[in-house]
Design a protein around this ligand. Sequence first.
Ligand code: DGY
Length: 329
Amino acid sequence: MINGQKILITRQYPAAGMDLLKKEPFQLTFWEKERPMTPAELAAQAEDHDALLCTLTDRIDKPFLDRCSHLEIISQFAVGFDNIDIPEATRKNIPVGFTPDAMSEATADIAFGLMIAVARKFFFLHKTILTGEWGYFNPTGHLGYELKGRTLGIFGLGRIGVKMAERCHAAYDMPVIYHNRSRNPAAEKQLGARFVSFDRLLEQSDILSVHCALTPETRHIFNARAFRKMKPSAVFINTARGPIHHEPDLIAALHQKQIWGAGLDVTDPEPMAPDNPLLSMENVCVLPHTGSGTMEARDRMSVLAAENIIMFYKTGQVPHIINPEVLSG
Ligand code: DGY
């Protein structure tokens, strides 16, 4: 039952979801500043609230949870939740909601767009105009490559990975191979996707697109060893989380031409420093973590994040929950 619970809302999230919260008899605290809360500010504010609506850069770690173990629900505005210590929240019986699938189309568009942008050197060529280096029509200058029929490798063939594979299959007739913790029979049937070992994925992909969660197992899994196994013509795309690739190893692999190029929507750290060597490489395109950055996706995320809180207080259930065991006991 909703009867004045105090909800801390850590950002200015889209109105679509916030208006739903405002219609209910909650007491809402919105963080209005044009910067995220520091960890100290977050903990100090959360101490005095019953529930928290947060997002991927809010650090919900053990010290925070020790201090705020009274929280009744945490609702994460994101599909990824590597900022939250889920085992610790579960030990403290705090349900954690999230917003799956709200941004699958939007993020797949960014992966697909980065793939073309890298193959055709969009960002580098754009910079030549800004620096007055357009020059003349040079039949052999700055050539890219065509994507038709290239092999697409997906690391993590879940909701977003499938959307990326659908786009590549439909637009460029790409054969799809993938590696996952478990097989995806629906995608195998729909796209003819073929499950391969991680090493085969590295060896056979022309485009290798990362769509997995960041976990201790996937942290830095794309490292010097992995890049050495990839084709010299391969393009590496990461729209999932920056620490899944080891950035210095990626830079070295690109310098040594072990792989052809990279398209990144995520970096480690974020934000990336403006003098990062990746930003001046001809075959690299970097975006500032904008995979879910459409009005439609952000509205859906806002609604799901709000509904997780509303439904929890109305029914005791959280429609999209990461740790359902907390509520089933
Ligand atoms: C997510 O949802 O995890 C994205 O990284 C941000 O929308």
